[in-house]
Design a protein around this ligand. Structure first.
Ligand SMILES: C[S@@+](CC[C@H](N)C(=O)[O-])C[C@H]1O[C@@H](n2cnc3c(N)ncnc32)[C@H](O)[C@@H]1O
Length: 242
C-alpha cells in the first residue's frame, strides 16, 4: 500500500498546484475570512454528532475548580465558540484564536450561553499565548485545534505554562487512522486538498504521541471511533493534569 499511497499523494499534490501557488503568494488569506462561516455550519453538525462525547468529557471540568472559587478556563482555537454550551455555569472564560474574523459568531455563542462570564477574547496562536500569565488558569481546553497548530510541542509547553499546578488540559482531537486501514490510505492521499479546505488542518497527525511526551503528571487519554465521516472517525479524548 505504501508505494500506491505515495504515488497518489504526489498526484493530489500536483492537482493542488494552483492552491499551493495561491498560498505562497498570500491569496489564501481571503479564505481566512470565509472559513468562520463554513466552520459555523460544520461545528453545529459536529456538536450534534459528538454531543454525548463532549458532555462526558467536559463533565470532569468541575474537578479542577479551586475550593470556594470559580473555574477559570482558557480555550485555545475557540473558533465560533462551539464548546461554550458544555462549560459549567459561572465559569470564567478567556478565549483565544489567531483568526480575528470569528467575532460575529463568537458574540452569538456568548449571547446564547450567558451562564458563563467572558473575560476576554485574545487574538493569539496556541504556540504563543503571550498575554496570558503563568499559572493563571485552572483549565485549558481545545477541540479540533492540535490538528491545525504549526507546532504541537510548543503549544503544549504554552498550555503547561499558563496552567496552575494541579490544573488540567482538556482535549478532543481527530487523529491519524490505523496504518492497516483504507482510512489511513485516503487520509494521506487527500491530505494536500484537505489542508486548504480545512484552513491548515492535517488529518495525518498522531497527536497522542505529543501528549504522551509532554510534561504532564497524569494523562487520561482514550482512542475512540467518532460517529463521523470515515476519515474523521479516529479521535482521541481526555485530559492531562499539570
Ligand atoms: C477546526 S477549527 C476548531 C474550532 C473550535 N475549537 C471547534 O471545536 O469548533 C480550528 C481552529 O483552530 C484555529 N487555529 C489555527 N491555527 C491555530 C494556532 N496556531 N493556534 C491556535 N489555534 C489555531 C483556527 O483559527 C480555528 O478556529
Amino acid at each position: 500500500m505504501t508505494l500506491a499511497m505515495k504515488f497518489w499523494t504526489v498526484v493530489f499534490n500536483v492537482l493542488c498546484l494552483p492552491l499551493h501557488v495561491m498560498y505562497s503568494v498570500g491569496l489564501y488569506n481571503i479564505y481566512k475570512r470565509i472559513f468562520p462561516m463554513c466552520l459555523y455550519r460544520i461545528s453545529k453538525n459536529y456538536n450534534k454528532k459528538m454531543h454525548d462525547k463532549k458532555t462526558e468529557l467536559f463533565r470532569s471540568l468541575t474537578q479542577f475548580t479551586k475550593p470556594g472559587g470559580r473555574l477559570t478556563l482558557l480555550e485555545i482555537g475557540c473558533g465560533t465558540g462551539a464548546n461554550f454550551q458544555y462549560y459549567p455555569d459561572g465559569c470564567k472564560v478567556i478565549c483565544t484564536d489567531p483568526n480575528p474574523h470569528f467575532e460575529k459568531y463568537l458574540q452569538k455563542s456568548m449571547a446564547d450561553n450567558d451562564q458563563l462570564s467572558y473575560e476576554r477574547f485574545v487574538v493569539a496562536t496556541g504556540e504563543d499565548l503571550g498575554s496570558i500569565e503563568d499559572e493563571s488558569v485552572d483549565v485549558v481546553a481545545c477541540t479540533l485545534v492540535l490538528c491545525t497548530v504549526n507546532d504541537i510541542p510548543q503549544t503544549l509547553r504554552e498550555v503547561h505554562r499558563v496552567l496552575r499546578p494541579g490544573g488540567a488540559f482538556f482535549f478532543l482531537e481527530h487523529v491519524v487512522a490505523n496504518p492497516s486501514t483504507w482510512a489511513f490510505f485516503f487520509q494521506h492521499v487527500l491530505q494536500p486538498l484537505w489542508y486548504y479546505f480545512g484552513d491548515g488542518c492535517e488529518i495525518t497527525r498522531a497527536t497522542w504521541k505529543n501528549l504522551e511526551e509532554a510534561r504532564f503528571s497524569d494523562l487520561k487519554l482514550r482512542h475512540i471511533d467518532a460517529p463521523l465521516f470515515v476519515l474523521m472517525k479516529p479521535h482521541i479524548v481526555g485530559y492531562a493534569v499539570k
